[in-house]
Design a protein around this ligand. Structure first.
Ligand SMILES: Nc1nc2c(ncn2[C@@H]2O[C@H](COP(=O)(O)OP(=O)(O)OP(=O)(O)O)[C@@H](O)[C@H]2O)c(=O)[nH]1
Ligand SMILES: [Mg+2]
Length: 297
C-alpha cells in the first residue's frame, strides 16, 4: 500500500480567475469568499482537504496584480508571492482564452519559485465552441514547463478530481498535519469578517469596496443566539453616505444578507450589530494594515 501524503499547494493567478471558487469547490465547503469583482481575496487562506490517501493544504491567495501604488495592494501581492515559497506544488490558475500581461507576471513568478507547476485553465464552461480551447492550451504549454495542464470548470466540476489526483501523486509522503475535521487555519472572527465584507463587495460599486474592511469587535453566544459586533471601516468620510445609503437602506441590506449567511454558517440565530467608521486612508498605511491583520501571515 502506498504511504499517506501531505503537503502544501499554492493557488496563484491574477485577480478574478476563480482561485477561491476552485478551493471552495474542491473542499465542498466555503472557506474563502467569492465575488464577481477582482481583488476579492486579500489574505492567504489555508483550506485543508483531508482524504483517505492524503491531506492537501491548499493556500488560497490574493490575485497578483499590477498598479501597486497602495500599501494594501503591495501587501496582497506579497502574500501571494510568498505563498509559493512555502508550497510543495504551485497551481497557476489561468482563465481560458483570456491571456493578459498579469498572467505572464504570475507565470514568471511561479517559474522563479522553482516549484513544480500545474496549470489549471479555469472557466472552460464559458468556452464556445469547446474546440476553441485546443489552440489556447497549446500556446500555454509552450510558455513554461508545466508538469500538467488541466482545463477545469468549478461550477460544472470538470476535471476537479483529475486535478486532485495529480496533486496527490506529487505530494511528499508524510502524516497529516491538521486534524481531519479542520477545514481552515483561519479563526472564526476572520471568517465572520470576510462573510460580512463579501456582502459589501457584492453590493457596492466603483472603488468603495476596495477601501472597505471589516473588523469583528466582539462575538458571544447565549443559548442558540450568537451576538456579533463588527465595524465596517472606510477610508474617507465622504464614503459613509454611500455605504449607509438613504435612510440606512444600503447598510441594512448588506447587514441582512450577512446575518442570513452567518446563520447558515453557524446553524444558529445571529444578532449582527454593524457600525460604520472611518480610518483615514487606511489602505495606504502599512501600520494600519498591520492592525487589520496583514503581513503577520
Ligand atoms: N463560469 C465560471 N465562472 C467561474 C468559475 N470559477 C469562478 N467563476 C466566477 O468568477 C468570479 C471570480 O471568482 P473568484 O473565485 O472570486 O476568483 P479569484 O481568483 O479568487 O479572485 P480574487 O480573489 O479577486 O483574486 C466569480 O464570479 C465566480 O463565480 C468557473 O469555473 N466558471
Ligand atoms: Mg479569491
Amino acid at each position: 500500500m502506498s504511504e499517506f501524503r501531505c503537503g502544501f499547494v499554492a493557488l496563484v493567478g491574477r485577480p478574478n480567475v476563480g482561485k477561491s471558487t476552485l478551493l471552495n469547490t474542491l473542499l465542498g465547503h466555503k472557506v474563502s469568499i467569492v465575488t464577481p469583482k477582482p481583488q476579492t481575496t486579500r489574505h492567504r487562506i489555508l483550506g485543508i482537504d483531508s482524504g483517505p490517501q492524503a491531506q492537501i493544504m491548499f493556500i488560497d491567495t490574493p490575485g497578483l496584480h499590477r498598479g501597486q501604488k497602495r500599501a494594501l495592494n503591495r501587501a496582497m501581492n506579497r502574500a501571494a508571492s510568498s505563498s509559493m515559497t512555502d508550497a510543495d506544488i504551485v497551481v497557476t490558475v489561468f482563465e481560458a482564452m483570456q491571456w493578459r500581461d498579469e498572467d505572464q507576471d504570475v507565470l514568471d513568478r511561479a517559474v522563479a519559485s522553482g516549484r513544480p507547476l500545474i496549470a489549471a485553465v479555469s472557466k472552460v464552461d464559458k468556452v464556445q465552441p469547446r474546440s476553441a480551447l485546443m489552440p489556447y492550451l497549446q500556446q500555454l504549454s509552450a510558455r513554461a514547463d508545466f508538469a500538467e495542464i488541466i482545463p477545469i470548470s468549478s461550477p460544472q466540476g470538470t476535471n476537479l478530481e483529475t486535478l486532485r489526483s495529480s496533486l496527490i501523486e506529487r505530494l511528499p509522503e508524510g502524516p497529516p498535519l491538521f486534524p481531519e475535521e479542520q477545514l481552515s487555519d483561519r479563526s472564526e472572527r476572520f471568517q465572520v469578517a470576510e462573510i460580512i465584507r463579501e456582502k459589501f463587495m457584492l453590493r457596492l460599486r466603483d472603488e468603495i469596496p476596495y477601501g472597505l474592511t471589516v473588523e469583528v469587535e466582539a462575538m458571544e453566544s447565549t443559548g442558540s443566539l450568537r451576538r456579533i459586533a463588527a465595524v465596517v471601516w472606510l477610508e474617507r468620510d465622504s464614503q459613509k453616505g454611500i455605504v449607509i445609503g438613504k435612510g440606512g437602506a444600503q447598510l441594512k441590506a448588506c447587514g441582512t444578507a450577512a446575518r442570513q449567511d452567518l446563520e447558515r454558517h453557524f446553524a444558529c440565530s445571529v444578532h449582527l450589530d454593524l457600525r460604520v467608521k472611518v480610518k483615514e486612508n487606511w489602505a495606504d498605511r502599512e501600520r494600519e494594515l498591520q492592525g487589520f491583520g496583514f503581513d503577520q501571515e
